[in-house]
Design a binder for this molecule. Structure first.
Ligand code: AMP
Length: 288
């Protein structure tokens, strides 16, 4: 696996890939865990070459957010990616990504008015802008994202369609701890007690899926009972719990198979998110 920091090295590496070869690309912010590794393995199985970026993108963090505390683990990340079969790892540098005079912002206002959008002003603009830059630098045939960050997947998918980018966005399932807690680099900042408490998020989403599976479709009822379960856990402070349609991310009144129940909460001041697609979850519950 080739590892480099400079954009020039990345451009040189990209130039070695033949037009007939496919490149799978996994953008990350590092502190890699099994969720990231699953994306890399999927990319490995579907492409001739696999590239991973690690860049803690300053412009997607708000002034009161955890940019400074975000975990950075260069050596461990390198070892994991070597094992997962990546060909290239590039560590982005803010000075090269945003040189003096940088002025462009990509925004998708209609997709960022709900869910995390209002809580994190400017976040998705920062994400969309950096992802478009990364797509232009890596020029992948396929790019891999995790459904854990559902709104991000929708935003990137829309960006690719709207701007006629010639690549496929592959949304991959959320990898979880055995407790059900979605794997996240931010889980590293939770105490064991906090991790345990945080598992209520997925359990409450599943509980709503069970209710949906028994025929309850009124969104307010599904949301209220999940919110009640979360409220009983004193370490978890709910930010939002919303049932939305998977394309426009607008709140729905009646749940359907493709409706997404999404949650954000703070646990020990760490912000966590999770979501499920009701129909998929009912299907997997029946298989359990
Ligand atoms: P991040 O490093 O948090 O920016 O995440 C990089 C990519 O990994 C994003 O596409 C995330 O959605 C994805 N990802 C993060 N956690 C998980 C998880 N638990 N399961 C699957 N994908 C994930």
């Amino acid at each position: 696996m080739l590892t480099f920091d400079r954009l020039e090295e990345l451009r040189d590496w990209r130039a070695t890939i033949a037009a007939s070869e496919s490149l799978g690309f996994v953008p990350t912010m590092g502190a890699l865990h099994e969720g990231h590794v699953a994306l890399v393995r999927r990319a490995r199985s579907e492409n001739d070459r696999v590239a991973v970026s690690i860049f803690v993108n300053p412009v997607q963090f708000g002034p009161d957010e955890d940019f400074d505390q975000y975990p950075r683990r260069r050596e461990e990340d390198q070892a994991r990616l070597l094992d997962a079969g990546a060909d290239c790892l590039w560590f982005g540098q803010a000075s090269e990504m945003y040189p003096p005079g940088f002025a462009t912002k990509i925004s998708l206002p209609s997709l960022t008015r709900t869910l995390c959008g209002p809580q994190r002003p400017g976040h998705f603009e920062g994400v969309a802008t950096v992802v478009l830059k990364l797509f232009n630098l890596f020029r992948p045939q396929r790019a891999y994202f995790g459904r854990k960050d559902f709104q991000q997947c929708v935003v990137i998918d829309r960006l690719v369609r709207d701007l006629d980018l010639a690549l496929e966005v592959v949304a991959c399932p959320t990898v979880r701890e055995s407790s059900g807690l979605a794997r996240s680099s931010r889980n590293l900042r939770l105490t064991p007690r906090g991790q345990e408490a945080a598992s209520i998020l997925y359990r409450s989403l599943r509980q709503a899926a069970v209710a949906f599976g028994t025929g309850k479709t009124e969104a307010s009822t599904l949301v209220a009972s999940a919110a009640l379960a979360i409220a009983r856990e004193p370490l978890v402070h709910l930010e939002y719990l919303e049932l939305v349609d998977p394309v426009g991310l607008m709140a729905v009144e009646r749940a359907a198979d493709d409706s997404v129940l999404a949650v954000a909460a703070k646990v020990e001041s760490v912000r966590l998110i999770d979501n499920i697609t009701l129909g998929d979850e009912v299907h997997s519950l029946r298989q359990d």
